[in-house]
Write a protein that binds this ligand. Structure first.
Ligand code: NAI
Length: 229
């Protein structure tokens, strides 16, 4: 199951995992175009549980979970309302909590599972005007490390991929609103001299899910062209 699978990075991950031969369900606020696209708000546990019932009925137990649903917000910290703070924490952190907790019983029962959390390269560097986002994504990295220790004995690996500067609708919206600065300058500041592609993140997820990565858990693998490492 890939959350946020209707757009950008989540959609690329879903495509890649399908190409790898997995049966993939996506969970998103918006309907996707492929088979097995479910709509639910990841912050609404009852909705997540209901979607999972349908997914299990159609595809069986969920043993792979990629948490890519996310929401950014740009505002000076002193101007943030608590509701705005909470909304960003809710989607990026609490949504991850709900989805992981809801699928873990399937993984424990199977004695095998793979969880990949999409955090953000901003957790390495910090980012002005994105305090709740960076706080939530940093917590996702911490959650990743703790769950890796807790569920390793059950055959479940838990890793995180913090993307940096990936060409998606989220990034383009930020650019249009003037929060990204000059894209050409950003590319110049990126050691590999290009923007990231959603497929770059999908490739890292595919690796973490593969048998080749069965001895890798609790890791935070930056996919960022050398930015913010
Ligand atoms: P995007 O905006 O293209 O896709 C995000 C998807 O999450 C959308 O389909 C949206 O409907 C879904 N979503 C949002 N809130 C939801 C909710 N409450 N319940 C269910 N689905 C929800 O963004 P993008 O760039 O593909 O982001 C994917 C992930 O990567 C996010 O977690 C984002 O924070 C993270 N990320 C992206 C970076 C980039 O450069 N694009 C950099 C760092 C992190």
């Amino acid at each position: 199951m890939v959350t946020g699978g209707a757009s950008g990075i989540g959609a690329a991950i879903a495509d890649r995992l399908r190409a790898d031969g997995l049966q993939v369900a996506t969970l998103d606020l918006n309907a996707g175009e492929e088979k097995f696209c479910y709509t639910a708000d990841v912050t609404d546990r009852a909705a997540v549980d209901a979607a999972l019932e349908d997914i299990r009925a159609e595809l069986g137990p969920v043993t792979v979970l990629v948490n890519a649903a996310g929401l950014d917000r740009f505002k000076r910290f002193s101007d943030l309302t608590f509701d705005e703070w909470q909304k960003v924490i809710d989607v990026n952190l609490n949504g991850t909590f709900h989805c992981i907790q809801a699928v873990l019983p399937d993984m424990v029962e199977a004695g095998w599972g793979r969880i990949v959390n999409i955090s953000s390269s901003s957790t390495h560097s910090g980012q002005p005007f994105m305090a709740p986002y960076v706080a939530a994504k940093s917590a996702v990295n911490g959650l990743t490390k703790s769950l890796a220790l807790e569920y390793g004995p059950q055959g479940i690996t838990v890793n995180a991929v913090p993307p940096g500067f990936i060409d998606t609708p989220m990034l383009r919206k930020a650019e249009q609103r003037g929060f990204l600065g000059d894209t050409a300058k950003q590319i110049e500041a990126t050691p590999v001299r290009r923007m990231g592609r959603p497929e770059d993140i999908a490739a890292a997820c595919s690796f973490f899910i593969s048998d080749d990565a069965s001895y890798i858990t609790g890791q935070i693998l930056g996919v960022n062209g050398g930015r913010n490492t």
